[in-house]
Design a protein around this ligand. Structure first.
Ligand code: ATP
Length: 491
């Protein structure tokens, strides 16, 4: 498994992710997506939106504002309860989430070995003296303060006057924008239950311990769905909410597998009773085997009718659905699949990373799913001194770039250029050589063909320039290299 340090360094070197405000010393809690990172992120979001919003007849989309009425956060429970317990070390001043101490490795100066320093795995006791952690896990010396509750919402003011009445918050999740628009969508789109609303957008949490690269940051993006079901209905003999909860768990897992995540690196974690939010009937997290260990990639919760009832109570507006069949008003139950875009990107990146040996040399390759790869195609001239080759390569890139992310690169020799594209996961390189354009000095005619090189097998085929767009389109659309090679060979 690739280490986080390797990923962070690759991301910086190749323009995926930079530390925010780096020239000022940076912040450890925010990151900027560079030229390749933004392409990857956009492709993840586009695939999610297409698969979960556009393709499904039971889904619609929404883009709600980040700043909302302050009552939203009172009704949702965030003002009173969206807090984590925080403890501080009295010596080194390091700050921890009290509920994560058991998951943190701890430094121990062991009295049984003349005070030798050990770093002990999370939750384990010292094998020499048998002691468990009581002091600061980081410095191993300081006492920890008792836990204090710390609200994670970023507070701000609407308008020029900083007074209590104008206090509002940056949204800590996109979900509430969906709940408060439930009736707008229901009425304007004439929906019948079950249906869902999907949304992608920024969320902000003043995390106590941000870190692990883009895994936990203070500004991040979410892809959330609120799927409304009629709790009085049954599907296949089961309550509709339970049935749909299972369906969304399956669909979510299938989605990550569909875009190349290895099944062994995904698992489901069911919340125990003491882990469940008070309003949730059941919650299951999809966990990924990140370089930091198994951790939450997304959560899929059955939030019952809690949110709609709370907003109805605080706003005084009925947020119900009229069930024509039973002639009754019901408050729908809601299933919430909620994924982090940044965590998904980190998972796709870690999963794609490979170090291989090719003819005695190390090759780093990101085996991204072709639809997610930041660059779909790189067009490379074999000789940059030949004007006609360079011109043809530029023209091919320009043509492909009408529909794809395609780049031109002539800054090194071809072998080097291939390696560079492998390292950023470009599935196909197209090479223009002397045969493509011909050589009048030697009396060799142009054959108009270009070479396509496959990232994973490193195999190459030559195709007519006029068919290139079609062949690349087939490959990116899911056709296998073997199928395409066979078809090109037949033509
Ligand atoms: P955690 O337990 O890791 O703090 P959570 O259970 O509070 O996460 P949710 O409120 O369920 O997270 O948010 C849904 C998803 O949003 C998470 O599964 C994760 O992918 C993403 N997410 C939440 N907080 C952050 C963060 N600080 N940075 C990046 N992504 C986040």
């Amino acid at each position: 498994m690739v280490t986080m340090d390797t990923l962070v360094s690759l991301c910086k070197r190749r323009g995926f992710v930079f530390q925010s405000s780096e020239i000022y010393g940076g912040t450890g809690s925010c990151w900027d997506y560079g030229p390749l990172g933004v392409e990857l992120k956009n492709k993840i979001k586009r695939a999610w939106w297409r698969d979960f919003v556009q393709r499904r007849p039971d889904m619609v989309g929404l883009d709600a504002s980040i700043l909302m009425h302050s009552m939203v956060w009172k009704a949702s429970g965030h003002v009173d309860h969206f807090a984590d317990p925080m403890v501080d070390c009295r010596e080194c001043r390091h700050r921890f989430r009290a509920d994560q101490l058991a998951e943190t490795p701890w430094v121990h100066y062991c009295p049984a070995t003349k005070g030798n320093k050990f770093t002990i795995p999370p939750g384990e006791a010292c094998t020499h003296c048998g002691a468990s952690r009581t002091l600061c896990p980081d410095c191993g010396k300081g006492e920890l303060t008792p836990p204090r509750q710390f609200n994670l919402m970023f507070k701000t003011f609407m308008g020029p006057v900083e007074e209590d009445a104008s206090v509002t918050y940056l949204r800590p999740e996109t979900a509430q924008g969906i709940f408060v628009n439930f009736d707008n969508v229901l009425q304007s789109m004439r929906r019948k239950l079950p249906f869902g609303i999907g949304q992608i957008g920024k969320a902000f949490r003043n995390e106590i311990t941000p870190g692990n690269f883009i895994f936990r940051t203070r500004e991040f993006e979410q892809m959330e769905i609120e799927y409304f079901v009629n709790p009085h209905e049954t599907v296949e003999g089961r309550p509709a909410d339970e049935y749909w909860h299972d369906r969304w768990i399956e669909d979510s897992l299938a989605w990550f597998r569909r875009y190349g995540i290895q099944p062994d690196n995904l698992r489901l974690h069911e919340h125990d009773r003491d882990e469940l939010a008070h309003y949730a009937k059941r919650t299951a997290d999809v966990q990924y085997r990140f370089p930091i260990g198994w951790s939450e990639l997304m959560g899929i919760a059955n939030r019952t009718d809690f949110d709609l009832k709370q907003h109805a109570k605080f706003s005084g507006k009925a947020l119900t659905y009229f069930d024509e069949e039973r002639k009754e008003h019901v408050v729908p139950y809601v299933i919430e699949p909620s994924a982090g875009v940044d965590r998904a990107l980190l998972a796709f990146l870690a999963d794609a990373y490979r170090e291989e040996e090719v003819r005695g040399e190390k090759r780093v390759v990101l085996r991204f799913h072709p639809e997610l790869a930041p660059l779909s195609v790189a067009v490379l001239p074999l000789l940059k001194k030949r004007d006609d080759i360079v011109r043809t390569a530029h023209a091919i890139r320009d043509d492909l770039a009408r529909h794809l992310t395609a780049v031109y690169d002539d800054t090194a020799a071809i072998g080097r250029l291939y390696r560079r594209q492998d390292e950023v996961g470009t599935p196909y390189c197209v090479t223009v050589d002397v045969q493509t354009v011909g050589d009048t000095d030697k009396g060799e005619a142009a054959d108009g063909k270009v070479t396509i090189r496959d990232r994973d097998s490193m195999e190459q085929i030559r195709v007519e320039g006029s068919r290139l767009g079609q062949v690349i389109g087939d490959l990116l659309g899911g056709a296998s290299w073997a199928e395409v090679t066979a078809a090109v060979g037949r033509s």
